[in-house]
Every structure is written in structure tokens, then in C-alpha cells.
Design a protein. Structure first.
Lengths: 619, 175
């Protein structure tokens, strides 16, 4: 371990760490996330610099170059937020910039046409925090995303960063830190919801002076990307959490296990580790306390199962990532046989907040059994896709309707899949469920890592379940038989049903097999793999039955059960579908009604999506 | 020989682990960068550096999906067709891309330029359809943007400017 090049003076740190949340210099923040960039935010930023110069204004223009440290509201881009007034303009074009500078920045007026219009109420909303998308949120962990430059440790420090580690090292003994985390009620955010403080205590109580802490950033659930976003937007908070944890447990070495598919996150993390080391937060004798700790980054290599803690440790050790039975738990025998504590990115990132703002504050948010906030990624068929951070206990309806803005295109909400491939779906009749670990479990879903995939009425739930089964089947590491063979059998049954070849008895078979896999598998992957099937069976049984008994896919998705035909009265004979049909199944001539040859048609749906006259129908 | 070409880097990687063997995955990243895929040669070299049996490297390369066991094109387009993206038309996008390049998933175009792969969630679900190419995300894609991307990459390939910066980046990244 290298000696820190400069150890930060504690008083210097204290001086820098003013509790200040919003920059006081007039700042124009333009989201530079990929979404906004596509809409031209760079040109908007350039134009701002020119116009401000020309007008002789003292203001900072920040194009924030974070790909997902973004504001999470990409549909409305480019987004421009003026601080400290927090006025937000949407869909800003370079040609709007002179007007913004003259009228808003200099004269203090609002420009109505650039304001966000709430699709529900039709209201024009001028301040960022009043937009419904933000209003129902409580951003504890994501609060600095988009506000600070993740590549500059000083910006984090200026916002109160590293104050918590300073407090721990200076004033709290390790057992006191653990007690604080326990009192906060924090439960692991990686899926299972195990109480974090308790886990730390187990690890602390193990003998031996070489212990490890690991940050699990292997985020693999389809639809979940908050861990990536946290690391890209504010990597120091995760590091600070790990340093505090290491101090509490007596660990001397830490690893962040992160997916290689996240290059920007890896880059920001590397920079953060180097800066933290240079500033004396990592390395020998941290802040002069005598405590030594350093962090290394290891890259995942593309195996979903490596998110499971024992598989993850095997992977760091350079072996195939196969889970092993527990006990012994990682706290007893972990990485290279040493006591090890693994937490998820969000769990680590919550720790500095708990120390800094007090366990009582954290515990005041949420429900009796689930404390603090949870980050969800709203994806799929929903108007406002993006990351949202909400207090535990919020209802699913608030998430989907108030924050997510509902389902696009006037379609009906059909289900929300929560907890990824280990989770379950929640149907419309349970939209009022409170989001907490226990309520979700009672409905057959789990909190999981926060992926929230919304499906609209056009989604076939059998196909949906088949998708997840295909995922887990593919990702099964193959070590234990129930998971390896069982998921295959479930998948082939589902495929048969989707192909229109379902048989009576299939549903009972799926249920029975599902329950067996759950009880007999070695790791969480197999133990949860049947959940999406079981929960769709629970809530959408008629849809399965329609496939099997009536040879019908009510959502018109399953290719084996649908056919395409031309509605003669709508067809204008424009030849668009005919020319794009990949199998040449469409016959006809210019200005003549076309026909689809069912034999040749491979049901790709190209004609359906291309027809501008609604002349192609699915039956 | 990566052992010579990247001697410094390799030493640094090995030093980060309590035992040499554990450095195998990062070294495989490095070898793949050098050879484009995990060729027999690449596996043998990694095994030799770490005193492993080449079959151990082989089994790792089979287990982890980021190691390619076949040669790939100059540009590997990894299209996410995981659930959230599928709900936004990723499968149709894959079909379109394959048709356009006259290829199939996992195969490489005749000019050796492009390989299309489908991958698991890349964490850009709200901007689907999307793909990753050269460690860069291309998001909110449609046919028109895909055409532009192809044109850009073809141009880049012709002027042989697969920018050294990208190569450097990958090396830095594999460390
Ligand atoms: C198949 C499988 C995949 C998992 N993937 C992840 C993951 O990507 N990220 C994560 O934090 N935990 C994941 N977990 C949970 C971990 O095993 C472990 O419980 C978690 O990292 C503990 O952290 P926490 O206590 O902070 O939740 C996964 C578990 C299983 C069974
Ligand atoms: S599902 Fe495709 S990026 Fe997440």
C-alpha cells in the first residue's frame, strides 16, 4: 500500500465541508447525459457560454458529462436548470438561449413556452422540485447526482462528503458505528434485505486480523441500472461507506466487483479511488487515526450468477463463478478463506448518510420494517422512464402514476415486474400495495435490486414469464441439478404453451416443478428462478388457460397463436408492407388491396408496424 | 507475446492479488484485447504466465460470456435485447441490424468489420434500443441512426483510425 501523498488536515476538512447544498454562484446546469446529448445539449451549452460572455454575465455554465448521473428525466431533454433559482426549462434549443439569458437570467422573467407542462394537470411548472417526477421523490442517495462533478473529490467534500468518515474515526469506536447502523434499520439493498448492522457485527466478531469488505456492483437484473448510475454520478459516497464499514469491521482491504460492461462507471471509480488515496482517505494511517485500508477494483466478466455473493468471491479469486452452499457464511469463510462482508452499492452509499444525519433521521423515513429510501428504475411501457428515489412505503400506484406518469399511448397498465428475474409481477388490483420488503413478499414479489419493469395491455404474461425463465435458464451456472434441469423443463413447457402446443396439466406441472426448484436449489438464483412463472400463474391464470384451451393469445403476442391479415377497406395499396416483408409473403400491386400469405408469413410484425392506414390486423 | 509487450502491466495486476492464480481474469481481458478473442495462443500465454494448466483458462473462457471463443469483427456491436429493451423493440432492432449487414447474431460480416451479439442488460434501459460498441453506448437507436453509425464506423475503418485513444483506453481499462 502506498503512503498517501498528502494527508488532509482535519480542520482543513472541516472548513471545506460546509453544510451547503445548492451552489450560490448562478449556475446553468445543462444535462450532458447521453439522452440529452442526443438532443443537442452540447450546442446549447456552447451557445450559453457565448451569450453570457457577450452580455458580460458572471455565471458558471456546466455541461454535466455524466451518462447516467443524469437528472433522470431524459424524455424532456435538453434540460436546463438555473441555480439557485431552480428554474427548469425543457427541450431547449440553441436558438432559445439568447432569450433565456436576456429575459430570465438578466431580467428575472419566466419563459412560458420552455416550461415543463404536466401532462395530467396541464399546469406549467417552473421550478425543478415542483415537477411531479421529482416532487414525490426523496433523493438521499441520488441527491448529488447531476450536481457535482464525479471526477473531482473536492466537489463531494464541499457538499459534506467524507465528513462521516471523519466523524467515525475521530469520535466513534467500531462497535458504536455498528450500533448506529443497526439503529438506522438499514437492510441490504442487493435483494434479500438482510439487516446490515447485524451482518457487520457477525463479521466483526470473527477472529483474525485479515478481513475483507466487498462492494457488489455486478448489477445484472434486466431493467436495473441504479448502481451504475450511483457510481458514475457520485462514486465517493460508495467509497466512503466502504471505508466506514471497513473501520467498523476491522477490514484492511476492500474490493469493488463491477461489471466490465460499465466502462464509464469503472473509469469514475478508478479516478475516485486514486483521488481518495491521494487525499488520505485510503491507504495507511487514514486521517492520522492509525487505521489502514485500501480498495481495489475487479471487473466482472459477464456472468449474472456472479452477483451471488459466494460466486462473486470465487470470481475475484479467479475461478469460475459457481456458488457454494452456506454456511459457512462469507463472514466466517469468505474471500481467500478470510472473514468477508459483502454489501450492495446502495447499501454502502446509505452508510455515510446514516452517520452524517443520524440513525434516527434515517429510521424516520419508511415503514416499521423497511427504513430509508429505495431507488427504482422505471422502465418498459411507462411515460417517464428513469431513476427515481422514493421513501420506502410509497405505493406502487404513486410510483407508476404520479412519478412515472402512467402508461404511454392511452394503454392500460397490466403488470409491474419487481425484483427482476427473482421477483414477481404485481397486477392492477394490487397497485395500492406499499413498497416495503414484507408487503411485496406477501404478494409473491420481492424488493430485489429495484428494477421496476412496467408492462402494458399489449404484453403477453405467458411470454413475459417465458422471457425470465429463458434468462435464468441461460444464467444457471449448472452446478446443481434442480436449477440446471428444472429451469430447462420449465422453459420448454412455457415455450410449448407460447407455440400453441400447451396441454391440460401443464399449469399444475409448472407449479409443482417451480416449488421443487425453489426448495432444492443451491443458491438464490435457483431458489428464486420460478418466481416470475409462479406469480404470473397466480395473477394471470386465465391468460395461460386461453393459450392452452382456446389456442388464443389474448395479447396477440405469441407467434404460434396469431396471424396477420389485411383489412381490405383500409388498404390503399401503397406497397410499403409488400416491399419490406422479409419472407415475400405479401402479394398485390400498386393501388390494389394486398394479401398476406399465411403459409409464408413468419409473423415478424413488420407490416403491422409499418402500415400507416391501420390496414394490417392481428388476429 | 503479451508477457513481453505488457510486462509492466502484468506485474502490476499480479501484485494486486494475494496469489498469482487470482490474476487470471484480468490477464484474460488483456489477452483478448491483444488477440481480439481467446485464441489457443492467448490461453496458452495466460496459463504460462500464471503457472496454470491451459484447460483451466479454457474453462473460464467458456464460463464467462465476455471472453470470445471465436474471432470477431473489428467492431462488435453488442445489442441489448434484455427485457426492458425488448419491451421497446430491441428484438426487431436486432432483426433489422442483421438484415442490414446481411449477417446473423454472433456471425461476422464478410468484410470482417462487424459482429452482432445480443447481450444482457447494459443499464441503459430507458434509452432502448441501444447497443455498445468499442466501449461506447449508442442509445435511442432506430434504423436511421444505425445507418449513421455504420457509415461512421466504415469511414473510421477505412481511414484506419480506430483511434489509438480507444486502444489506449481499453488497455488502461483492462488493467
Ligand atoms: C443470482 C443472484 C444474483 C445476484 N445479483 C446481485 C447483484 O447484482 N447485486 C447485488 O448487490 N446483490 C446481488 N445478489 C445478492 C447477493 O448475493 C448478496 O445478497 C448481496 O450482495 C448482499 O448485499 P446487501 O446485504 O447489501 O443486500 C444476487 C444474488 C443472487 C442469488
Ligand atoms: S434491458 Fe437493455 S439496457 Fe437494460
Amino acid at each position: 500500500m502506498a503512503e498517501p501523498t498528502a494527508t488532509l488536515d482535519l480542520s482543513e476538512l472541516r472548513r471545506r465541508a460546509r453544510p451547503q447544498d445548492i451552489p450560490q454562484v448562478p449556475t446553468i446546469t445543462i444535462c450532458g447525459g447521453t439522452g440529452c446529448r442526443v438532443y443537442g445539449s452540447e450546442m446549447v451549452a456552447d451557445r450559453f457560454r457565448q451569450e453570457l460572455d457577450a452580455a458580460g454575465c458572471q455565471a458558471t455554465v456546466e455541461l454535466q458529462v455524466k451518462s447516467t448521473g443524469c437528472h433522470g428525466f431524459c424524455e424532456q431533454g435538453p434540460l436546463v436548470v438555473l441555480r439557485p433559482s431552480e428554474i427548469m426549462y425543457v427541450h431547449v434549443k440553441p436558438k432559445d438561449v439568447p432569450e433565456i439569458v436576456q429575459r430570465t437570467i438578466i431580467a428575472g422573467e419566466l419563459i412560458d413556452r420552455l416550461l415543463y407542462v404536466d401532462p395530467d394537470s396541464g399546469d406549467h411548472i417552473s421550478r425543478e422540485p415542483d415537477v411531479p417526477f421529482y416532487k414525490h421523490q426523496q433523493r438521499l442517495i441520488l441527491n448529488l447526482n447531476g450536481l457535482i462533478d464525479p471526477l473531482d473529490i473536492n466537489e463531494y467534500i464541499n457538499m459534506g462528503g467524507y465528513r462521516a468518515i471523519h466523524h467515525c474515526l475521530g469520535e466513534l469506536t467500531p462497535p458504536m458505528v455498528i450500533d448506529t447502523v443497526k439503529r438506522s434499520g438499514l437492510r441490504g439493498r442487493g435483494g434479500a434485505g438482510f439487516p446490515t448492522g447485524l451482518k457487520w457485527e457477525l463479521c466483526r466478531n470473527q477472529p483474525g486480523d485479515l478481513k475483507y469488505v466487498i462492494c457488489n456492483a455486478d448489477e445484472g437484473d434486466p431493467g436495473a441500472y441504479m448502481d451504475r448510475s450511483i457510481i458514475e454520478g457520485n462514486p465517493h459516497r460508495v467509497l466512503e461507506g466502504m471505508i466506514i464499514g471497513a473501520y467498523a469491521m476491522g477490514a484492511r482491504r476492500g474490493y469493488v466487483y463491477i461489471r466490465a460492461e460499465y466502462p464509464l462507471a469503472v473509469k469514475h471509480l478508478r479516478a475516485a479511488v486514486a483521488q481518495a488515496r491521494a487525499a488520505g482517505f485510503l491507504g495507511r494511517n487514514i486521517l492520522g487515526s492509525g487505521f489502514d485500508f485500501d480498495i481495489d477494483i475487479t471487473l466482472g466478466s459477464g456472468a449474472f450468477v456472479c452477483g451471488e455473493e459466494t460466486a462473486l468471491m470465487a470470481s475475484i479469486e479467479g475461478r469460475t463463478g459457481e456458488p457454494r452452499p452456506r454456511p459457512p457464511f462469507p463472514a466466517q469463510r469468505g474471500l481467500w478463506g478470510r472473514p468477508t462482508n459483502i454489501n450492495n452499492v446502495k447499501s454502502w452509499a446509505s452508510v455515510p448518510i446514516i452517520i452524517d444525519r443520524g440513525p434516527e433521521f434515517f429510521a424516520s423515513i419508511g415503514t416499521p420494517s423497511s427504513k430509508g429510501t429505495m431507488i427504482f428504475s422505471l422502465v418498459g411501457n411507462i411515460n417517464n422512464t428513469g431513476l427515481v428515489e422514493v421513501p420506502m412505503g410509497i405505493t406502487l400506484r404513486q410510483l407508476v402514476e404520479d412519478i412515472g406518469g402512467g402508461v404511454p399511448g392511452g394503454k392500460q397498465f397490466k403488470a409491474a415486474q419487481i425484483g427482476g428475474p427473482s421477483g414477481g409481477c404485481i397486477p392492477p388490483e394490487h397497485l395500492d400495495v406499499q413498497i416495503d420488503y414484507d408487503s411485496l413478499r406477501s404478494l409473491g414479489a420481492i424488493m430485489g435490486s429495484g428494477g421496476l419493469v412496467i408492462a402494458d395491455e399489449d404484453t403477453c404474461m405467458v411470454d413475459f414469464a417465458r422471457f425470465f425463465m429463458a434468462f435464468t435458464q441461460e444464467e444457471s451456472c449448472g452446478k446443481c441439478v434442480p436449477c440446471r434441469i428444472g429451469t430447462k423443463a420449465m422453459l420448454s413447457t412455457l415455450e410449448r404453451i407460447c407455440d400453441g402446443k400447451g396441454q391440460p396439466g401443464d399449469l399444475e406441472y409448472l407449479t409443482e416443478l417451480g416449488n421443487e426448484i425453489k426448495s432444492a436449489s443451491l443458491c438464490g438464483l435457483g431458489q428464486t428462478a420460478p418466481n416470475p412463472v409462479l406469480s404470473t400463474l397466480r395473477y394471470f391464470r386465465e391468460e395461460y388457460q386461453a393459450h392452452i384451451h382456446q389456442g388464443r393469445c389474448p395479447a396477440k403476442v405469441c407467434k404460434g397463436l396469431i396471424s396477420y391479415s389485411v383489412l381490405e377497406e383500409n388498404c390503399t395499396g401503397c406497397m410499403v408492407c409488400l416491399r419490406s416483408c422479409p419472407t415475400g409473403a405479401i402479394q398485390g400491386a400498386k393501388r390494389e388491396v394486398h394479401h398476406i400469405d399465411a403459409e409464408k408469413c413468419n409473423r415478424c410484425g413488420t407490416c403491422f408496424s409499418l402500415c400507416k392506414f391501420d390496414a394490417v390486423q392481428v388476429v | 507475446m503479451i508477457a513481453e509487450k505488457y510486462a509492466e502491466e502484468i506485474k502490476g495486476i499480479i501484485a494486486r492479488f494475494p496469489n498469482k492464480k487470482s490474476a487470471v481474469l484480468p490477464l484474460m481481458h488483456l489477452a483478448q484485447h491483444e488477440y481480439g478473442y481467446m485464441s489457443q495462443e492467448a490461453m496458452r500465454e495466460v496459463a504460462e504466465i500464471l503457472d496454470l494448466d491451459p484447460t483451466q483458462v479454457l474453462s473460464l473462457s467458456g464460463f464467462y460470456s465476455l471472453y470470445y471463443e471465436e474471432p470477431v469483427g473489428k467492431y462488435v456491436m453488442e445489442i441489448c435485447n434484455d427485457l426492458a429493451c425488448a419491451l421497446r423493440g430491441a428484438d426487431q432492432f436486432v432483426d433489422m441490424a442483421c438484415r442490414k449487414l446481411d449477417t446473423t447474431v454472433d456471425a461476422t460480416t464478410e468484410d470482417g468489420l462487424f459482429t452482432i451479439k445480443t447481450v444482457m442488460c447494459l443499464g441503459a434501459c430507458d434509452r432502448a434500443p441501444m447497443l455498445q460498441c468499442n466501449l461506447k453506448f449508442e442509445e435511442n437507436l432506430d434504423e436511421g441512426k444505425f445507418d449513421q453509425l455504420l457509415a461512421r464506423l466504415r469511414e473510421e475503418a477505412v481511414s484506419e483510425q480506430k483511434s489509438p485513444s480507444i486502444v489506449e483506453k481499453i488497455v488502461a481499462y483492462a488493467k
